[in-house]
Design a binder for this molecule. Structure first.
Ligand code: DHB
Ligand code: FE
Length: 281
């Protein structure tokens, strides 16, 4: 048996989603267009039955703060805890790690000349917990092990879209050379367009979002033509979280992917929210 990448699950990670879940507001008028995107994701996950999730996300100040900000950080812990970030959300379930797969990825990435940070201790924030709560709302324990890969999307200078895509491709190559028999889910969280602070607070850009969504499955290289600064201009200073999606898409490999589902709704909180599932064609 060889490990298999079963596909990719991409979603926004707006903390307010956690509040909606806590209040049971999934059917409320404001939330329904977003939550209506989730049943097909859950059905697909039940069908493909992954054992492990490799998740590209960004930490927002829970584990890394501005004093020490790795560009790319790979978790190699046996367990990852969430904690109170001040959003008024419950502290979410802990995640079981997969240290052997983490070290395989770390060795492959360093061999491929990515100067990553290795984290044997790592807390994970809403960018990880919210997408899991959306995917497996009734789980007593998470049904997959976790390998988290954090990309700096919060403090300039940011890695370029092209570099994030290359990182993802290197992760994908390493996953395909892993000698285990796991079924591997790739996740990318964050986005789409949003800007939470400054003169453009509240900025969203459905035109750029549509460009990203239209090219993600079949021509993701289109998303790598911009610099990180240009993405901040196009998507907003938090919309640069699309870098996580670009890396995750890279990990799915160079072949065009099949679109399983796509949902887009503006706004959730201050964010243009999207959910996408891709699988090998
Ligand atoms: C919001 C979006 C985010 O991606 C985030 O990390 C925090 C807040 C928002 O729109 O409120
Ligand atoms: Fe965010």
């Amino acid at each position: 048996m060889m490990a298999q990448v079963v596909g990719g699950y991409f979603t926004s990670h707006v903390p307010a989603i956690g509040g909606a879940i806590q209040r049971g507001d999934q059917e409320a008028e404001y939330w329904k267009p977003f939550f209506d995107g989730l049943p097909p994701v859950r059905q697909w996950l039940a069908d493909v039955a992954p054992d492990v999730a490799v998740v590209f996300y960004n930490d927002h100040g829970l584990n890394f703060f501005l004093d020490a900000m790795p560009t790319f950080a790979v978790g190699a812990a046996a367990r990852y805890d969430n904690a109170d970030e001040g959003w008024g959300l419950p502290v979410y379930k802990s995640f079981t790690g997969h240290p052997n797969l983490s070290w395989h990825l770390i060795e492959a990435l360093v061999e491929a000349e990515f100067d990553i940070t290795t984290c044997q201790k790592m807390m994970v924030d809403h960018a990880l917990s919210i997408p899991f709560e959306l995917a497996w709302p009734d789980a007593g324990a998470w049904p997959v092990k976790l390998v988290p890969i954090a990309i700096n999307t919060v403090q300039f200078p940011l890695p370029s879209p092209r570099r994030c895509f290359a990182l993802g491709r290197a992760v994908g190559q390493a996953l395909r050379s892993w000698k285990g028999d796991e079924r591997i889910l790739v996740m990318g969280t964050g986005g789409l367009s949003h800007q939470l602070e400054g003169a453009r607070a509240g900025f969203m850009n459905p035109e750029y979002d549509r460009f990203c969504l239209d090219h993600l499955a079949e021509n993701p290289a289109a998303l790598t033509v911009h610099s990180a600064e240009e993405v901040a201009e196009l998507a907003g200073t938090q919309g640069v979280e699309i870098l996580n999606w670009i890396a995750a898409r890279g990990a799915l490999g160079d072949a065009p992917q099949a679109l399983v589902m796509r949902n887009y709704h503006v706004p959730i909180s201050n964010t243009a929210a999207a959910t996408v599932v891709l699988e090998p064609a």
